[in-house]
Design a protein around this ligand. Structure first.
Ligand code: FCB
Length: 380
């Protein structure tokens, strides 16, 4: 789960983004009511047989004004951790799942080094409040997706479209991961630090077309591999045609990571020279006739194993930190789950270090730009 998508009434940048009419899905409002009902969610997860529970902390609740921490908000998350522990659910804590406090973009934006200090302070306070029962941390959720949507495309907060800002933001996000890792380890000896990285399958729209195939290689290097390079080698260079390069160096990054989280959903089909004179276009297709999910994504477990192998090349333990589908009528869900869990069984036999699987999601929730329509929950 992520805080914004389930808690409701989060006083953050996304709420303002929705009020400004910049989403397709209308307001999030009270969401799934989890701010009041997290314990019920946890009990439902335990009843389904889960042994772990991923959630994220709302930075805007915890630090509503810069430097002012709300002890009651921290206490609320600490209570959840105690309950999870009592239910035999390993807490998996995310510190940044797309949203920011209202002051953040004006006062300490990701394009400035001040962001790193601010995030470090928030991480330290949160780790101390949650304590040693919170052992497993996916500090950042999908940092590259945030940079693409928020700094290159301008589709999500803070709504910037600048390659230069995107490169800076990614560098500072990775520095912030490093700072948070140090703070969490200081507060919780033995904590395991990870990241949740969205990985996509890519296929050429025309199987034999050399340009489509070249595009697939470029997309894979940019979207899937660059972050693995960052955490594996402490440097990254990601090229997105025609003019974007996100490059940087953070030598301390590899040592700040204990495990790597893969968020896997689907595959995109790429075509060189897309509509409107663009260098390429991408679309979901359904070559196997399985039917697309409710939000139009291909169901393709076959694209999952190569991505797990690619992630395993990092040499760290792997977790699947998200995987699931939008299926309101529940007609595809069972087969989807069986096929993807089957991939994990095969991965285990193959010797890939996959240590856990977190399904997205436990309950139906607010799906960002798409609002309430896509239903990812195991529970309605
Ligand atoms: C992931 C996000 C998560 C949810 C799923 C469907 O990229 O991390 O919050 O929106 O997609």
């Amino acid at each position: 789960m992520s805080h914004y998508q389930v808690e409701g009434n989060d006083p953050c940048d996304w709420t303002d983004w929705e009020s400004a009419g910049k989403t397709r899905g209308g307001p999030c409002g009270r969401a799934a009511g989890s701010w009041e009902r997290y314990e019920e969610d946890a009990e439902a997860a335990a009843a389904l047989g889960a042994n772990a529970f991923r959630f994220s902390v709302s930075w805007s609740r915890v630090e509503p004004r810069r430097g002012e921490f709300d002890e009651a908000a921290l206490e609320r998350y600490a209570r959840l951790v105690v309950r999870l522990d009592a239910l035999g659910l390993e807490p998996v804590v995310t510190l940044l799942h797309y949203t920011h406090p209202r002051w953040f973009h004006d006062e300490t934006p990701w394009t400035s080094t001040a962001s790193v200090d601010a995030f470090g302070r928030f991480s330290a306070r949160t780790a101390r409040a949650l304590g040693p029962k919170a052992r497993c941390w996916t500090v950042l959720n999908e940092p590259l997706v945030l940079v693409l949507g928020g700094y290159l495309d301008g589709q999500v907060p803070p709504g910037i479209a600048s390659a230069r800002d995107a490169a800076r933001a990614l560098d500072h996000l990775l520095a912030a991961h490093e700072a948070a890792a140090a703070e969490i380890r200081a507060a919780i000896p033995g904590a395991a630090i990870g990241v949740a990285h969205n990985m996509m399958g890519f296929a050429p729209e025309r199987a034999r077309n050399p340009f489509d195939r070249a595009l697939v290689r470029v997309a894979g290097r940019f979207y899937n591999q660059a972050l693995l390079d960052a955490f594996g080698e402490g440097r990254w260079s990601a090229y997105l045609p025609p003019f974007t390069r996100l490059a940087g160096r953070r030598p301390g990054l590899p040592a700040s990571l204990d495990f790597f989280g893969v968020n896997y959903y689907s595959r995109l089909h790429l075509r060189f020279l897309g509509d409107g004179g663009r260098i390429g276009s991408f679309a979901y297709r359904d070559p196997h006739g399985r039917g697309l999910t409710d939000n139009g994504w291909e169901v393709v477990p076959e694209a999952f194993p190569p991505l797990l192998r690619q992630a395993a090349s990092l040499g760290k333990p792997l977790f699947v930190t998200e995987n699931g589908l939008a299926d309101a009528a529940d007609t595809k869900r069972a087969a989807f789950l069986e096929a993807h869990v089957g991939v994990l069984q095969a991965a285990e036999v193959e010797g890939l270090p996959v240590h856990g699987y977190l399904h997205w999601s436990l309950v139906d929730n607010y799906e960002w730009l798409d609002g309430w329509e896509p239903r990812f929950g195991l529970l309605e």
